[in-house]
Design a protein around this ligand. Sequence first.
Ligand code: GDP
Length: 423
Amino acid sequence: MLTSIVGINWGDEGKGRMVDLLSKDYDIVCRYQGGNNAGHTVINERGRFILNLLPSGILREGVVCVMGPGMVIDIKHLAGEMARLREAGITITPENLKISDRAVITMPYHVQQDCLEEARLADKKFGSTRRGIAFVYADKYMKKAFRMGELQNLDRLAKRVPDIVEWKNLTIANAYGAEPVQAEEMIAYLKEYGEPLKEYICDTGLFLNEAQRQGKKIMLEAQLGALRDLDFGIYPYTSSSNNIAAYGPIGAGVPNLKLDKTIGIMKAYSTCVGEGPFTAEYFGEKAEKLRKAGGEYGAATGRPRRVGPFDAVASRYGIRVQGADEIALTKLDILSGHEELEICTAYDLFGKKLTEFPFTDVLDDCKPVFETVKGWNCDISACRKKEDLPKEALAYIRLLEELCACKIRYVSVGAERDAYIEM
Ligand code: GDP
């Protein structure tokens, strides 16, 4: 069985927390795209963890984690992440972590290029996480990247480095005027951080196909959300990879397998990191209150997130492009303590009411249309059954289901593993 767990909104919906919970029913958890620009926060009985590269399933004993060919991997960052988890008592061996030979390596010069470009853009910057992601994906498509499988033969890889570095310096040294990258340093870097990873590298497609044949349950874990997908998100304010569920089997290394189910993780309100159109955005005191209540500061960067009420237009679009079969609604507890709650039900485009999410350019001229519903004044974080919920919270959930035309199966009311309701 192949299930994908994906973000419906702009990312930070709480995917890590839901994967951590739902992975109890799975044998394998696989990340299929993106790199260490992700920041999945997981809180369970073993502690509080921020995972950037490793699949969230790594925190569950007995679950095998896979980093698929669709990923870009910063090997130094991965070494640090593995060391931190090991210090916390988490076991990571080639038995429970498999890294695709086809995944691409994020090099230090990709990070450098990212920083140089953000500095050049100055106040016109896009809000990159400066982890080199756009640049490593660009090199992948230019066929100038290194892949994890090449670490298996470091001598052969070393021979490829000077040519690539020479090409890279046309940009870094000649265009940006920065210090040229040194091939010798890159070779030493690949050896230092590549050597310890060798035993984890394999054909993850073969592994997953075999697992599927044996009836194992496989979960594909996305990073970010539909509105950050390179093709279907708010381009150019997107990430540089495809996070949509349909890409999952490809990015995991099993293009021959079909998804059995897609679970969409949707937040009870809206948040967005970085630049770009965010129609339902709150400002001032209203925004500050929601940001504080939800602890909306980036896990990877610490940046304050932009916030707003639930956006039904964007969420319905997210559900469509993800092909979500059911929804896990997260952070409903954060909305407690309000007389009334707003929901963005449409966009106003010069007096025209839009209910379908438009092309990115059009978003700049859209104003939110808010509707008000009754809030609830009590803490719901201890609720574990739908009968425990105040009727206003239940009505809010039902309204979201209706607006999005998708069933909400789980409602998360806290960050801890057991703080959820199955509807
Ligand atoms: P991800 O990237 O989609 O995994 O999301 P993040 O980890 O960036 O953000 C989710 C944050 O909200 C994390 O700090 C979680 O621990 C926390 N969280 C997740 N679900 C809930 C919930 O239902 N209620 C509360 N209060 N916090 C939650």
